[in-house]
Design a binder for this molecule. Structure first.
Ligand SMILES: CC(C)(COP(=O)(O)OP(=O)(O)OC[C@H]1O[C@@H](n2cnc3c(N)ncnc32)[C@H](O)[C@@H]1OP(=O)(O)O)[C@@H](O)C(=O)NCCC(=O)NCCS
Length: 179
């Protein structure tokens, strides 16, 4: 758990692992972010409970202002896959997303993680900027390749998602992500 000092008066988001009772707040945060796919509340409850070890919340004055969902893909114990990362408008541009990633990677349970993966649509400039910045902060390589294509995997209903891999990195390199 880390406290993140930000520029606004009395504003110091707490970054922590989620609890099951955070599910509805997480669902509402994602619902209020038009660029993100909504999942069911049940999905968010599972993320906040079964997958709490690889998810994180940023909380400001009792309000959930940031969320990261992730998991270790089965059979790939050295990889953290970031499913969604979301920061509410009023908390953006203050390092909250980077701190959410740093918090999960810094946990004891993440000791074996050497690669960070995610997918990003071509037009999501903020997301490319975030993960580019994460790679730079860790001094790690970043590679991209098309993973899920609009026609083959989304039946034409969703933009293609590029697969992004950052790593390999050692544990010491995540220090650059700390607030
Ligand atoms: C992407 C998102 C999570 C970034 O959150 P954030 O807390 O503002 O990001 P940070 O403050 O930690 O910024 C990290 C880096 O990304 C850069 N960045 C963030 N948003 C940016 C933007 N809109 N344009 C350009 N750069 C941006 C920052 O400048 C920073 O770079 P630096 O470390 O080199 O200075 C947030 O904009 C968001 O929730 N967007 C909508 C949801 C989404 O698209 N999520 C990603 C796909 S799942």
């Amino acid at each position: 758990m880390i406290a993140l000092a930000v520029a606004r008066e009395n504003a110091s988001p707490l970054v922590r692992a989620p609890r099951a009772d955070d599910g509805p707040s997480v669902w509402r945060l994602i619902d209020s972010t038009p660029s993100l796919d909504r999942n069911s509340l049940y999905c968010n409850l599972l993320q906040c409970s079964h997958f709490a070890q690889t998810c994180a919340i940023a909380e400001l004055n009792g309000e959930v202002v940031g969320w990261l969902s992730g998991y270790v893909p089965p059979g790939r114990d050295d990889t953290l896959f970031v499913w969604q990362v979301c920061v509410g408008r009023k908390a953006r541009g203050q390092g909250v997303a980077k701190a959410l990633i740093g918090e999960v990677l810094g946990r004891d349970a993440s000791r074996g993680i050497r690669y960070l993966e995610c997918t990003i649509t071509e037009d999501n400039a903020a997301s490319w900027a975030l993960f580019g910045s994460v790679a730079r902060a860790m001094g790690a390589q970043i590679q991209r390749s098309e993973l899920f294509s609009r026609d083959t995997h989304f039946d034409g209903t969703h933009d293609s998602e590029m697969g992004v891999t950052i790593g390999p990195f050692e544990r010491g390199q995540i220090a650059g992500l700390k607030a």
